[in-house]
Design a protein around this ligand. Structure first.
Ligand SMILES: Cc1ncc(COP(=O)(O)O)c(C=O)c1O
Length: 388
């Protein structure tokens, strides 16, 4: 039985997959079973920031896998402590809780916000079109009913404000509100950038009313936007930050970062994870983060992103099916006028051995590894110029 038939027979059908499977990856390229080479401009949905088979990752995996993989959080874990320390030194947070995915990182943030808010304050406002995960509670936080359908009842206490509409947000806040969750660039929602004034007004209001400002940096973190964290572009200091995706360079890890006073709400027994922050994944993530910092990959992402966005704007300005561009750094979106059109382009790109993704209803997203070079961007631009 071939891989396609075996997948259809034995794996639950939650994904619509492209008819291809990869057998190896090198740098910004993936290779299929027939050794065709694909330019990876999606990076496993903002995960593989160092591309594929990067020495930093393979060496860390090899070294740590021979030493210690898992021990449980019943013991002190040096690699976990080192990673937490590096995250804290490079963010506005003081303490970290480790888990295994984005949904879990957000779940921990929601639990922490509710504990901090005590029983009187439990409501959380998120944005329409946001995406925060697939567990029942992170789905409840996700401002898109299409993902919630069939799973009701949702966890109570969530309401959704129009993204970039401060008045709408203000209307929803009451004495029971404990937190607001924001993505600075909505990823799954279609690459929509938060307006600086909106963020600044929201942050100020949160401070005034002692409401926690939670930044979901699961897709935007680890240098993708041109800074290590997207919040740095906005002059705010989130009370809680969630991370996952790129943090492990391809290995599963989630992290919930918080300021000291808030972190204190998590006391013995209030939360936990069997695998969270294992020596193995922590050591790899530590080395990925160290490399991102040492090599100024965020700054380079900004330069490369500027080049991509500027040229994307140029080649698409007179195309009738294009509605605009959005994003910054290496999280860029091309808004098209229809979902079918976006699908068509993504498929055409695949035929041309370029991996792109669709986001939201009708956007095409570009989230390559941060190690791409100008020549790789040019390949994608040439493809788009010819095919849009
Ligand atoms: C902003 C954001 N938050 C949360 C998640 C959920 O992460 P995971 O799929 O690792 O649970 C995602 C995944 O796409 C995301 O983009």
């Amino acid at each position: 039985m071939d891989v396609f038939k075996k997948t259809d027979k034995f794996i639950m059908s939650t994904y619509k997959r492209f008819p291809v499977f990869f057998t190896k990856g090198e740098g910004v390229y993936l290779f299929d079973d027939k050794n065709n080479r694909y330019l990876d401009f999606l990076a496993g949905i903002a995960v593989n920031i160092l591309g594929h088979s990067h020495k930093v990752i393979t060496e860390a995996i090899e070294k740590q896998s021979k030493k210690l993989i898992h021990v449980s959080n019943l013991y002190y874990i040096k690699e976990q402590a080192d990673l937490a320390c590096l995250l804290v030194e490079n963010s506005c947070s003081d303490k970290v809780f480790f888990s295994n995915s984005g949904a879990e990182a957000n779940e921990a943030a929601i639990k922490l916000a509710r504990l901090y808010g005590k029983k009187d304050r439990y409501k959380i406002i998120t944005m329409k079109n946001s995406f925060h995960g697939r567990t029942i509670t992170t789905l409840s936080a996700t401002g898109q009913t299409k993902y919630q359908k069939g799973f009701e009842p949702m966890t109570p206490g969530f309401s959704y404000a129009q993204f970039n509409d401060f008045e709408d947000l203000k209307k929803q806040i009451d004495d029971e509100t404990c937190a607001v969750i924001v993505e600075f660039i909505q990823g799954e929602g279609g690459i929509n950038t938060a307006n600086p004034q909106y963020i600044s007004d929201t942050y100020k209001l949160c401070k005034e009313k002692c409401i926690l400002f939670i930044a979901d940096e699961i897709q935007t973190g680890m240098g993708r936007t041109g800074k290590l964290f997207a919040y740095e572009h906005y002059g705010v200091e989130p009370d809680i930050i969630t991370m996952a995706k790129a943090l492990g360079g391809g290995l599963p890890i989630g992290a919930t970062l918080a300021k000291e006073e808030i972190a204190q709400a998590f006391t013995y027994g209030t939360h936990g994870s069997t695998f969270g922050g294992s020596p193995f994944v922590s050591y790899v993530a530590f080395n990925v983060l160290k490399y991102v910092l040492e090599e100024s990959l965020a700054q380079k992402a900004e330069e490369k992103g500027d080049y991509l966005l500027k040229n994307l704007k140029n080649i698409t300005k007179n195309k009738k099916d294009i509605a605009g561009t959005d994003g910054f750094g290496l999280i860029v979106g091309l808004h098209t006028k229809s979902g079918e059109y976006a699908n068509e382009i993504v498929l055409k790109a695949l035929e041309n051995k370029i991996l792109l993704g669709k986001a939201g209803e009708s956007s095409i997203r570009f989230e390559p590894p941060l190690i791409i070079e100008k020549e790789h961007i040019d390949t994608v631009l040439e493809f788009l110029d010819k095919n849009l």
